[in-house]
Write a protein of this length. Structure first.
Length: 74
């Protein structure tokens, strides 16, 4: 890090401004990428289907009917 600060101190005012702008650009691009990734994740989570009580009831009813079958003996 001291290497960077030494080089930075050797620059003129205009060059320092350019370096600061470039660093700001890199940081904004990094945070924008994080936000985009988070928004994509939220979309995926919201698109996950959920079962209603009626859906679950259908499975329970079918399970009860299945358990009522008699086993055929040979």
């Amino acid at each position: 890090m001291t290497d960077i600060s030494i080089k930075y101190s050797l620059l003129d005012k205009t060059s320092k401004k350019e370096i600061n702008d470039f660093i700001d650009f890199l940081l904004s691009r990094k945070s924008a990428h994080k936000d985009t990734h988070l928004m994509e994740y939220k979309k995926k989570i919201l698109s996950v289907s959920t079962w209603s009580d009626d859906d679950i009831k259908a499975f329970k009813d079918n399970g009860n009917l299945f358990n009522q079958w008699s086993v055929e003996t040979w």
